[in-house]
Design a protein around this ligand. Structure first.
Ligand code: MV4
Length: 451
């Protein structure tokens, strides 16, 4: 087991990892930027090292500075959290070459799943349903037009190196397809350094269902059920829940088995997530695999009783899974709302600043994962996530009632946050019935936007 871990991240996930380490008797080293001196992760860790300026490129993405800190503090593992360097195969390799365990999957698995075309091909060969489309990178206009003719409009163009919704374009006819192809390739080259794009059938109004995978380095792979992340806005998730109101035990077994098969095919060993789109007719398709711990992992923890960060650390240390698939039970319901320092009435623009008044909800069925406190100043340099409010109950409706009550209690002043929006969503009969798709926020909800 590790004796000392460096957490190469900030915010609530850094706090989350430090807490797990403390319970495992592992010493912790926080790294922080000049803008994060007063952040909670700096206070909670056993040691803290400033690694650079406020901009992420100068600090949380600064590989030489992070590796230097790791060597000075003499750690035997680095936990990357999510975002930043968590899916950087090069960083994982550098850690290993310095004899420091990267607490995540192998560089090989990260690289493979980072190429969405290669990932899709592997899944297809493993018998996992994929969305019809081009089997390799689009060569030219003619190739794109032929593909569209075969699968029929609407189609979607995606960047091979994209993911999480970045660099995607929906097209309804030949003219749009040709112009979108050029912009997509140019954008992909500029954003990811890889101009490869592929075309697939556009699935209208799907649900986003993802399976949590847990795999050790000794060939054992299990799934921990699904999360439903259908409530999103421009690919930013707002609400996640487990289980999904759209998945029954039979579908869970089927999709879960396929997710495990896909993870095994990728030689995957860590926590990871296999994403599917669930169509209105009940068919489902693999879209991508996320090779990191995800923001929404707590809802899976609440219904399985497992600590995913501890499991991730244990398998990184080479331990075998302590649980078999038939010992995994899904009990009750958990819902997470993301509280961001953003103004939903103004295009979700970030609203950093100092928190003067703060009261967080508590009581039965409430879990808060956050790094903020009264007097904390939210810096403008990073993701605006302030807190994850997770509620649980025996049934979905119980968890919703706890959420309604917790959102009433929650006070963060004078910042503009997404709390009011969540109060609105949790009192919407459509959401409460669970009859939603991925365009719920954009099409169904009146945000009172000023534009
Ligand atoms: C799609 C799709 C429809 N058809 N692919 C967005 C995130 C990325 N992981 C994949 N995404 C989508 N891929 C096909 N062929 C619709 C989306 C999508 C979406 C998916 C899940 C949740 C919200 C979404 C919002 C818009 C688009």
């Amino acid at each position: 087991m590790f004796s000392k871990i460096l957490i190469a991240n900030r915010g609530e996930i850094a706090v989350r990892v430090i807490r797990a380490c403390k319970e495992m008797n592992i010493r912790t080293v926080a790294v922080y930027s000049e803008a994060d001196r007063t952040s909670l992760h700096v206070r909670l860790a056993d040691e803290a090292i400033c690694i650079g300026g406020p901009k992420a490129e100068q600090s949380y993405l600064n590989i030489p500075a992070i590796i230097s800190a790791a060597e000075i503090a003499d750690v035997d593992g680095i936990h990357p959290g999510y975002g930043f360097l968590s899916q950087n195969a090069h960083f994982a390799e550098i850690c290993e070459s310095c004899n420091i365990t990267f607490i995540g999957p192998s560089a090989q698995s990260i690289r493979l799943m980072g190429d969405k075309i290669a990932a899709k091909d592997l899944m297809r060969k493993s018998g996992i349903p994929i969305i019809p489309g081009s089997m390799s990178a689009i060569r030219d206009k003619d190739d794109a037009l032929k593909t569209a003719r075969r699968i029929q409009y609407p189609v979607i163009i995606k960047a091979a190196a994209g993911g999480g919704g970045r660099g995607m374009r929906v097209c309804h006819n030949d003219v749009r397809l040709i112009s979108a192809l050029m912009t997509c390739q140019t954008e992909a080259e500029a954003s990811f350094g890889n101009a490869d794009v592929f075309v697939e059938k556009y699935i209208q109004e799907p649900r986003h269902i993802e399976f949590q995978i847990l795999a050790d380095k000794n060939g054992h792979t299990i799934h921990l059920g699904e999360r439903d992340c259908t409530v999103q806005r421009r690919h930013q998730k707002l609400i996640e829940e487990s289980p999904s109101p759209a998945v029954d035990a039979k579908l869970r077994r089927k999709m879960g088995e396929l997710a495990v098969r896909g993870a095994k095919a990728a030689n995957y060993a860590s926590v990871g997530t296999v994403e599917f789109l669930l169509d209105k007719d009940g068919s489902f398709y693999f879209i991508e695999m996320n090779t990191r711990i995800q923001v929404e992992h707590p809802v899976t923890e609440m219904v399985t009783g497992l600590d995913l960060i501890k499991e991730q650390i244990r398998v990184a240390a080479g331990e075998s899974l302590g649980i078999k698939q038939d010992e995994v039970t899904i009990r009750g319901w958990a819902i997470e709302t993301r509280i961001n320092a953003e103004d939903p009435t103004n295009g979700f623009s970030p609203c950093p600043g100092r928190i003067l008044q703060y009261h967080e909800p508590g009581g039965r069925g409430v879990r808060m994962d956050t790094h903020v406190y009264a007097g904390y100043e939210v810096p403008p340099f990073y993701d605006s996530l302030l807190a994850k409010l997770i509620t649980t109950g025996e049934t979905r409706l119980d968890a919703i009632h706890v959420m309604q009550r917790a959102l009433e209690e929650f006070q963060i002043e004078p910042l503009r946050t997404t709390i009011a929006l969540h109060r609105q969503i949790f009192s919407d009969p459509t959401f409460i019935r669970g009859q939603i798709s991925t365009d719920y926020i954009d099409r169904q909800l009146q945000l009172g936007e000023s534009e």
